[in-house]
Design a binder for this molecule. Structure first.
Ligand code: ADP
Ligand code: ADP
Length: 226
């Protein structure tokens, strides 16, 4: 859990294109923030700036009151889950989940404890020896989430995590994510095109267009207007 503060955050890519313009948002501890808006409106760019994968051109980003503009991604205590899973195909489920912890030189016995616990939460305990190609889409997505939760990050960024799944699995995973949010008490920022996901998961919804925040509101106010 963590609070985030984006103040006048702007992104101009090296080619001069301004993808995000004067983004202002205060995110409280444990909020579940949804980003919606047409393709190309700057949602992923904003997530990548929060993760530190993309420099902020101007403006400030604070996490728990600390200015993090110049903090390395690995030191931001943020985990990101993508729609294409980005699993390592040659590694087992176990090693995929352990990878980030190994990079951070976490002791082996602790890695084992964290991976086993995440596997239990995500119902992956029986699949730890498999390679990603021997998993279903939903299982792969759970591994991608497992890799994020083993680090127990303060903030989760999820970029259309369910968009490659069929409708039934999407419904199941939506419930999983909601439970995960409760259980981890994490702050989540979640990009989606799916109105059901936005309505059922979000505490607030940020509507973007052409790099600009158009509206920030509760799901009820945004979608339930008569
Ligand atoms: P969204 O996630 O809402 O689909 P993105 O943040 O991916 O939007 O992209 C926002 C805009 O920035 C798009 O017009 C995209 O083409 C542009 N863009 C993304 N990456 C780059 C880049 N590296 N250089 C220049 N323009 C980029
Ligand atoms: P390394 O990659 O350093 O050779 P290993 O892959 O041999 O490490 O695994 C080290 C530890 O991780 C093992 O002692 C074991 O506790 C745990 N481990 C690895 N794979 C599994 C698995 N499929 N299920 C449960 N625990 C595992």
């Amino acid at each position: 859990m963590a609070s985030l503060s984006l103040r006048h955050v702007t992104k101009a890519y090296p080619n001069g294109f301004v993808a995000v313009k004067d983004f202002n948002l205060e995110i409280a501890d444990k909020e579940f923030i949804i980003f919606v808006g047409p393709s190309g409106c700057g949602k992923s760019t904003t997530l990548r700036m929060i993760a530190g994968l993309e420099d902020i051109s101007s403006g400030e980003l604070y996490i728990d009151g600390k200015l993090v503009n110049d903090v390395e991604p690995k030191d931001r205590d943020i985990a990101m889950v993508f729609q294409n899973y980005a699993l390592y195909p040659h590694m087992t489920v176990y090693d995929n989940m352990a990878f980030g912890l190994k990079l951070r030189k976490t002791p082996k016995d602790q890695i084992d404890k964290l991976v086993q616990e995440a596997a239990r939460i995500l119902d992956l305990s029986h699949l730890l020896d498999r390679k990603p190609k021997a998993l279903s889409g939903g299982q792969r997505q759970r591994v991608a989430m497992g890799r994020a939760i083993v680090r127990n990050p303060k903030v989760f960024l999820m970029d259309e995590p369910l968009s490659n799944l069929d409708a039934k699995l999407r419904g199941q995973m939506r419930i999983e994510i909601s439970k995960l949010h409760q259980r981890l008490q994490a702050t989540i920022i979640y990009v989606t095109h799916d109105q059901t996901e936005a309505m059922t998961l979000g505490t607030r919804i940020v509507v973007m267009k052409d790099g600009v925040v158009q509206q920030v509101d509760s799901p009820q106010n945004l979608y339930d207007k008569p």
